[in-house]
Write a protein that binds this ligand. Structure first.
Ligand code: 13P
Ligand code: SF4
Length: 336
């Protein structure tokens, strides 16, 4: 039976307020059209504490569902249509290595505070909670890095190297105060210690593409996600989270041509939405293979399993969840 939209709609009608479907901007139109809330990582996390629904479905990747699970109330179930939908960045920061690195950085009694991008496991978020740190998203990384710098002698920023460098550029942290953790046990000179993770979707964007646009189309504007390399962010006119990119396109005057450097589903949706008014073009076509694992078919299957009482929840062990919650709540308070 391939009538997925009808099957999804039937269950949504039957479950009513007991079900809430969230979707990240990188989801396909086929999935987004069923969502009750759509947002960037920060907006999706912010939405959770106010939800009354008994069943919360996260159409996104695993760390988003884990964050939702950590913030959900007792008795609420959180589900992900594709449980294997990971994230390169989250995979590049295993909790055990994060904790050992933090202990090593603090071996002389200093206070280096961990600040994790939300694209991390709940185990890493729990370490941030336990060590007095917090988490951030691409929408609030500048505010959160400033906050973390005030909490101690320095910050371990993980796992996205490019986001760290882009925010350090924005705040004006000099190059000689950025430490790339290359010499374990060596002299500590940093104020920001930068984990070597990258997102391979966003590192595919190159300055050459922006240079070619500038040469052929002097009026075009370019906006990219801050997971792109610093030279790409510097060459662009603006950078921001997925929702900030949407706001930039919305605010651009009619007739504009805007090249967008982020995941294709979002760029193509913006292109269709503004087709009559302005041109939205991909800087390059890049899909996130993890986000793509959530499909309408899998959403329909999950909803049927939820309504039949047999769907597996995304759960985080209670001690880990309580420290991870501490870290996420610090971010929500700082950025309230
Ligand atoms: P946003 O927080 O900007 O939605 O981005 C999440 C993400 O995974 C980007 O690759
Ligand atoms: Fe992770 Fe990159 Fe996909 Fe975002 S685009 S979910 S950072 S792999």
């Amino acid at each position: 039976m391939a009538d997925y939209p009808e099957r999804i709609q039937a269950i949504k009608e039957r479950m009513g307020q007991r079900l809430h479907i969230l979707a990240h901007h990188y989801q396909s139109d086929q999935v987004v059209r069923h969502a009750d809330s759509v947002g960037d990582s920060l907006e999706l996390a912010r939405r959770i504490p106010s939800l009354e629904a008994e069943h919360i479905v996260m159409c996104g990747v695993f760390f988003m569902a884990e964050t939702a699970s950590v913030l959900a109330r007792q008795g609420q179930g959180v589900y992900l249509p594709a449980r294997e939908a990971g994230c390169t960045l989250a995979d590049l920061a295993p909790a055990r290595i994060v904790e050992t690195t933090l202990q090593e950085l603090n071996r002389d009694g200093g206070r280096i505070v961990p600040l994790a991008y939300v694209n991390t496991s709940s185990a890493v978020k729990a370490i941030c909670g336990r060590y007095g740190g917090s988490v951030c998203t691409s929408a609030n990384a500048e505010t959160m890095l400033r906050w973390a710098l005030e909490q101690g002698d320095g910050v371990l920023f993980l796992p996205d190297k490019n986001l760290a460098l882009n925010i350090a550029d924005r705040i004006g942290i000099p190059e000689n105060r950025r430490d790339f953790l290359l010499h374990p046990g060596g002299e500590q000179t940093g104020v920001v210690y930068i984990w070597p993770g990258i997102c391979d979707v966003h590192t595919a964007f190159r300055t050459e593409a922006i240079r070619e646009i500038r040469e052929s189309d002097s009026k075009a504007r370019v906006i990219v996600h801050p997971e792109c390399a610093p030279e790409v962010v510097r060459a662009a006119d603006a950078s921001g989270s997925t929702s900030q990119i949407i706001a930039y396109v919305e605010a651009s005057p009619p007739g504009s041509r805007i090249y967008v450097g982020t995941e294709s589903n979002l760029v193509q949706r913006l292109k269709r939405r503004f087709a009559e008014e302005k041109s939205v073009l991909p800087l390059k076509s890049c899909d996130c293979p993890f986000m793509a694992q959530v499909t309408e078919e899998r959403l329909a299957g999950l909803l049927e399993a939820i309504s039949g009482g047999g769907a597996p929840r995304v759960e985080v062990a209670s001690r880990e969840a309580s420290w991870a919650r501490e870290a996420v709540n610090r971010m929500l308070q700082v950025c309230s």
